[in-house]
Design a binder for this molecule. Structure first.
Ligand code: HEC
Length: 138
């Protein structure tokens, strides 16, 4: 029987310590999740299901008004209603980097850590609830 081994370092542990309190707690939980996901280059059935059940509805409510084919608006040239749109991103490049929430523009935007890019805009309801941010980070 193998003793449980600590997670490999080198590749997995790229996150930098940052922020405090809640965000840290949320991230800590997420690292466990995204660690295993980062190794999977293509979405698994489970990931697609997660996307359809949790992510798409969250984005739908909060973002599609301004970023979807359906609404006919693509602010910042960004469409959030398809995986392709998310990966392609908008004016500033890919919105999502699979398996790397810290590098994802969309995640920076919804965390409100970047003062130049905060989504949804304060005028449109402001920051999402932490639970939704956590789902999106996963
Ligand atoms: C009320 C309209 C509105 C809503 C709602 C909105 N956005 Fe935006 N978004 C914009 C506008 C306008 C821009 C372009 C402005 C800019 O580049 O500063 C933009 C730009 C962006 C960008 C940068 C695109 C790029 O490549 O430059 C991202 C990422 C983004 N939004 C994500 C989101 C997410 C995620 C949500 C939902 C949680 C959301 N937005 C909700 C109006 C909106």
């Amino acid at each position: 029987m193998n003793a449980p081994r600590p997670q490999r370092d080198g590749r997995g542990g790229r996150s930098t310590p940052r922020g405090a309190g809640l965000l840290c707690a949320v991230l800590a939980g997420l690292l466990a999740l995204s660690g295993s996901r980062a190794d999977v280059p293509f979405p698994t059935g489970e990931q697609i299901e997660f996307f359809e059940k949790r992510i798409r509805p969250a984005l739908y409510e909060a973002c599609y008004r301004c970023h979807s084919t359906e609404s006919g608006r693509s602010r910042g040239s960004l469409l959030l209603d398809t995986r392709a749109g998310l990966l392609k991103g908008g004016d500033s490049g890919p919105a999502l980097v699979p398996g790397d929430p810290d590098a994802s523009l969309l995640i920076r935007a919804i965390r409100y850590t970047d003062k130049d890019l905060q989504m949804p805009p304060a005028s449109a309801g402001g920051k999402l609830p932490p639970k939704q941010i956590a789902d999106l980070e996963a």
